[in-house]
Design a binder for this molecule. Sequence first.
Ligand SMILES: Cc1cc2nc3c(=O)[nH]c(=O)nc-3n(C[C@H](O)[C@H](O)[C@H](O)COP(=O)(O)OP(=O)(O)OC[C@H]3O[C@@H](n4cnc5c(N)ncnc54)[C@H](O)[C@@H]3O)c2cc1C
Length: 406
Amino acid sequence: MDIREVSVRCCIAGGGPAGMMLALLLARSGIAVLVLEKHVDFLRDFRGDTIHPSTLEVMHELGVLQEFLQRPHQEVRTLGGQIGDTFLQLADFTHLPTHCRFIALMPQWEFLSFIADQARRYPSFRIEMQAEAAALIEEGGRVVGVRAETPQGPLAVRADLVVGADGRHSIVREKAGLETIDLGAPMDVLWMRLSRLPTDPAQLGRLDAGRILVMLNREEYWQCAFVIPKGGFDQIRQGGLAAFRREIARLAPHLGDRVGELDDWTDIKLLTVAVDRLRVWHRPGLLCIGDAAHAMSPIGGVGINLAIQDAVAAANILVPRLLQGAPGENDLQAVQHRREFPTRATQRLQLLVQNRVIGHVLQSTGKLSPPLAVQLVGRWPLLRRIPARLIGIGFRPEHVRLPAAA
Ligand SMILES: Cc1cc2nc3c(=O)[nH]c(=O)nc-3n(C[C@H](O)[C@H](O)[C@H](O)COP(=O)(O)OP(=O)(O)OC[C@H]3O[C@@H](n4cnc5c(N)ncnc54)[C@H](O)[C@@H]3O)c2cc1C
């Protein structure tokens, strides 16, 4: 079979939040970019749906915030939860120094379709769906392109820069031989949805002996995350669906009349939690960003937002180089240098919460009470601004620095 060949300035493997945002920013600066996305569409259930104020600020800087907020979403201004018998407010986003002082809950396919629609306004943007990056093309120790499988047959893309934005099971990082540091996680998460009634309490999380349930209000339904000990899904399945339903109803009694909606294990999706990062994010001709460079814990719902921040930083640093030709190794190193601190700092916080709080709760058998630091946050409204800032803006927020090409 003939191999189709294409040449482009930048080829991005993966049309998730990191890849699509970088593609939009490059195309907006007049750089020819091709995204290879292995799926036929953007439809994914239970992915990063939490669009934080840092990402909404990027939308504002791109001049598309109002249009973006026309898409279906819910706005979360405060976060609270119940630990044992005590209910506490834990984060208040309404004082952030950003245009949007809330988290927007938006299905990831809505978010990605919006970014794709924006990118299609620029003639230098191209996306090829059902194109799965399978191998790198290398010459003289430099990555000079990607080979992909498509329904029309093999595709060879030659590029001055290849970006691996293909998520936490990245083929690009594997083929590039980049070393991963695994930071470990004591938990996995089971995602499911249960219908919501207007009379339901506005509760977000419930921590009780050995159990954690987080509920996100999606208007007609609750998006529920049931946190389990790492590798514990098989044991839960062996216990049977009826016992699992009873457990959900015990943690959230208002859901007791609806747990029957879970009538098959296929209604429950397992997220195997991984926290890792690459030691070096690049090789000559190649850069990894987003989950491909650092898989995040679901704590704080920051994964999608860090992926976007990587894309903004990469565009700010690389566009001036890409306008002239291939970026050098020092340019790619500058992207890692810029993004490594926020990644490490966020992962460190996540590991702290994972190991000190979540691991502890999952192993506990007796009655739980909130730790002192959490009690203080619950008692003093001013302190709730700290978690809101860490979650909503994070460390070293990025800003769109480049104007759109004329
Ligand atoms: C079940 C679940 C729930 C989550 N919930 C949240 C949440 O609430 N909030 C949050 O912030 N984060 C959440 N995350 C994490 C979040 O989805 C990721 O951190 C974020 O999407 C990372 O963006 P990315 O673009 O780097 O990678 P991804 O979103 O993983 O995108 C990678 C893209 O590359 C494509 N791809 C993969 N391999 C190839 C290949 N070989 N060739 C071409 N294309 C390829 C994939 O189809 C995908 O579109 C969740 C993740 C999961 C799995």
